[in-house]
Each structure stands twice: as structure tokens, then as C-alpha cells.
Design a protein around this ligand. Sequence first.
Ligand code: MN3
Length: 391
Amino acid sequence: MKKILEDNSVIILGSTGSVGTQAVDVVSELGLKVRAITAGTNYRLLAEQAEKLNPEILCVSNKEIAERLHEENGGRFEIIWGEQALDNLLENSSADVIIHSIAGLAGLPAAISAAKSGARIAMANKEAIIAAGDIIFKEIKQAGGELIPVDSEHSAIFQCLSGCGRDHPQTVKKLLLTASGGPFVGRSFDEIKNVKPQEALAHPTWQMGRKITIDSATLMNKGFEVIEAVRLFGVRPDQIEVLIHRQSIIHSMVEYIDNSVIAQLAAPDMRSCIRYALTHPSRTNAEYGELDLTTLSGLTFERPDTEAFPLLGAAYQAAAAGGIMPAVLIAADEAAVEAYLSGKISFGEISAAVMKSLEKIENSPTRDIDELIDAVDRAKRLTEEIIEAAF
Ligand code: MN3
């Protein structure tokens, strides 16, 4: 276990995104030294963040953006661009912590490079874990690094496993994964099949990016988190129970074989999860997120409706199938959500398109990252074809 100290250096991947901007806040609150921050194309915000964090290096996706960034901040920082440069930076960097907050499957190559660096990875990218968890953990082990989850549920489980569950995994009976349920919880499939993107984008408790907000509305996100938990904590899919918990105060729980249940509670604020991933096993003073339990009228728990939200069931199937299927599920969902947001298909057709893709693709083991990326590309194309043909 590594101790994170003030003079430790940090790289923030995807610093201009939804989790990334919050990571920037936490890193500056903790006063950590910043080695590099990276973004895709949002060079203006990246330049602003550089003023605040004073990093050694800035990385963007291509040369044109790099030139604009150079103009924006007057050449005061070293600027690099492209996937190759990012991989080099990660693999050879002496950074102590890499906060991985690039969204989606696009973050897969960076996750592999971060794993090879031997740093602590504060992992906010669930797609890489789901698609390539076994490859990533092999690299981490080889390089002597570690991974601390940032996703709120997995951060909660990680904390609930402290003390007993991590050292004695055989004492863990179940992981109870909580879900806010999204904006459509309690409604039937027929009631929600035609909802418009603006309704689906209004999430009751969490402020997140567009893709993950739609995934929360379909419960696909919770399905992904089931697979993420399987990968992170080495449990079987049937040991994970999803509970709808509308208040989003209990972020998840661990049930042990003696039927004792340990829960982690906190105000829903990603900064707390990022902070814990940086300071674990210690804790630090936070100026926000204090929980006043007397203001809560109650904590409720319900079983999810898998008929209204069929993608949750699809995730359990993909988790049980293993191989490339979890990656295929993510790719198919990315294509279907994109089609929904651009008005090509209805809300109800997201799950139909994803499930049709899963049926049509033959499973195979994940041997290396190139095969995996190939499977992802095929699944994306197939889903796009299914959408063009059927909807
Ligand atoms: Mn989550």
C-alpha cells in the first residue's frame, strides 16, 4: 500500500471532463504537485486549469489543438499531443498517482499505459475495467502499482471491505450495489419507451456527462457497475445484488457470511470519492459533503424492475459469459446511446439494439488488447448497422 504525501506528483487524465474538473478541484485542495494534465480538444479549459495547477506538461489529442493551446498560454508549459505521446508520458512518468477520468472506451489505451507505470491509479473510467480488467490487473501486478476505484459505489465497497473482506475474501457473501434508479424508476417499459433525451438527461441526484446520464436512465450504468464490481473485487456475478436506493446516501454495502452488513454513507459528491482514492488509507479534512442524517426522512430500498430496464439483465449475462462480451456490451451501448441522442432511435429501442448486437456476436476469450479493440470496433459497427436496418 502506497502512502500519498503532499510532495507526491499527480497526472490527471481527461481533466476537462465531468469527473476531471472535480479531480482538479480535489488535487488543488490537497495541494498535490501536478506533473501533467490531459484533455481531448477543450484547450481553453485546459489552459485555465494549467494556470491553477502549474503542471509540468499539458497533453491534447492532436497537433492543431496543441498549437492553439500554445497560443492560449503563451508557451509557458511543455505541450505534447497524440496517443503515442500520452502512452510515453504515462509509462515513463515517475508520477505517484494517475487519476484516470477519460470517459468511455476511448480511455482504454491510457488505462493500459497507466497500469504499466507502477503508479497508483485512481480509476474513474469503468469501461476500461469492464472491457479489459484482467489485462489491466496483470500489468499493475507486474509493475507493482495499485488501483483504487473512484466510481462512488465501488469506492464504497472498497471502503466496506477494509479490515475484513480484502484479507479474507471467502468471508464476503454479497455485494449490495445501490442505484438511484435514474429519472424513470417506478415506471414501466411502455411508459418510458418514448421519452425524449431532455427528460432522460435530467438525473435526480448526480451531475454527470450526457452518455452516463442516459446509461443511468436505462440502468445500463448499473449493469456496467455489476461487471466492474466482478472485475475489481473478484466475486461472481450472482454475488452482486442491485438495490434501488433513491436517496443516494448509502453508496453500496458488503454483506458478510455472518449476515453482518457494512455500508458506506456520504453526501452524493464525486469529490469525496476522488479524495479517498488519493488519500487511502488515510483520510483528510474536507470542507464539503458533511452529512446531516437528521434531515433525511428515510432510506428506502427496492428491487430493480428488470422488465422496464432490460439492460441490467443483459449486463449480468455479459458478466457471466466473460471473454469479449463485456466489451461488446459497452461498444453496442455507446453506439445505441449515440443514435438515441441524435434522434435516430427511441429510448426503448436502445435496449433492443444492444441486445440484438449481443446475440449476433460470437464470444471469444480476451487474449490481448488489440483483439479486444478489434471486437469493440466490430460491435460498434454491427450495432450501427442494426440501427440503420431495423429502426
Ligand atoms: Mn457509479
